[in-house]
Ligand binder design. Structure first.
Ligand SMILES: Nc1ncnc2c1ncn2[C@@H]1O[C@H](COP(=O)(O)OP(=O)(O)OP(=O)(O)O)[C@@H](O)[C@H]1O
Ligand SMILES: [Mg+2]
Length: 296
């Protein structure tokens, strides 16, 4: 089971003077269960890419295949237009439920009077019964670490971090198999950032939800994800484990990206002749290396 992006190109405002190519021949496969980070300079096509994964954007060229199903291909063997449209709509509904997307600055999309009402919005649209809806709201709130006392609060009274949690819970209440988060921690303080990302990591590890995280923070992706996709100029520039990707400091610099500070320090030590053999990704690893150097 996977989501596959096959030779996807996307052009905004095609055929107009403001036409711009946001994605150019992108190929990617995201396997079920992975925790993938997408990094890239502003304008590199990250948001455009992830909106393809749940069919929100239709590629100008190429295919998006979700668990073996080409999400935009017309069903074969159906002649009547009405029937065709109904089949397409049903497929899109399936895909949207399976692939949950939390937008960049999701707090702009909270609109119900209460937190519980907001989280219940999606499940209600699925036509679920009252009891099931309530069960899902409770479950989703627990998953993002929102206690019961928030249920009847207005989402507008909450802090930035809590609003993000409500938005993520709203998507989790749809019980997606793939969870896409577009910059879920932008503008939050370090503690809020770590809390949210730790919870997301638990969802991936314990519930087996596939997570795709768009992030501007090299530190965050180094710490949490198993695989990094680096975008630049609408193309995949690097794809590998954090250690593999952050070993390419020069290549990343060329597309406007840094490596984590602790990795930079490791490289500096190596340049000075210290024995620091591999790309360092965390403070723990750095501590171990420094102690080793000092001792010996
Ligand atoms: N609605 C739109 N209409 C026209 N062009 C757009 C639109 N949205 C994005 N673009 C352009 O497409 C390219 C990719 O944008 P996209 O938003 O996917 O980048 P991003 O990597 O998500 O950037 P950021 O880090 O700032 O969120 C950019 O050149 C951008 O200006
Ligand atoms: Mg974006």
């Amino acid at each position: 089971m996977s989501i596959e992006i096959k030779d996807v190109t996307y052009i905004y405002d095609q055929g107009t003077p403001s036409e711009s190519t946001a994605l150019s021949h992108v190929n990617l496969t995201i396997q079920k269960g992975e925790f993938v980070g997408i990094i890239g300079h502003t304008g590199s096509g990250k948001s455009t890419l992830i909106q393809h994964l749940n069919g929100l954007i239709r590629p100008t060229g190429g295919q998006v295949i979700c668990d073996g199903e080409d999400i935009f291909a017309a069903p074969t063997g159906v002649k009547k237009k009405k029937e065709l449209r109904a089949l397409q709509a049903a497929k899109m509904k399936r895909v949207r439920q399976k692939v949950g997307l939390v937008f960049q600055y999701p707090e702009h999309q909270l609109f119900e009077m209460t937190v519980a009402g907001d989280i219940a919005f999606g499940p209600k649209n699925l036509g679920l019964g009252e009891e099931e809806i309530e069960r899902r709201v409770d479950q989703a709130m627990a998953m993002v670490g929102l206690s019961d006392e928030y249920k009847e609060k207005s989402p507008f009274e909450l802090s930035g971090g809590q609003k993000r949690r409500v938005a993520i819970a709203g998507v989790l209440a749809m019980q997606p198999e793939y969870l896409i988060l577009d910059e879920p921690t932008a503008g939050l303080d370090p503690r809020g950032r770590d809390e949210i990302l730790t919870q997301v990591q638990q969802l991936q590890k314990q519930q087996g939800i596939t997570v795709i995280l768009v992030s501007h923070s090299m530190e965050d992706v180094a710490k949490y994800v198993d695989r990094i996709i680096a975008m630049g100029e609408g193309r995949v520039q690097l794809d590998g484990t954090p250690r593999e990707v952050f070993a390419h400091a020069e290549r990343l610099k060329a597309i406007g990206l840094d490596i984590p500070q602790v990795t930079q320090l490791g490289n500096l030590l190596a340049e000075q002749g210290f024995s620091v053999p591999e790309t360092i990704l965390s403070l723990d690893e750095m501590q171990e290396k420094l102690l080793h150097i000092l001792k010996g």
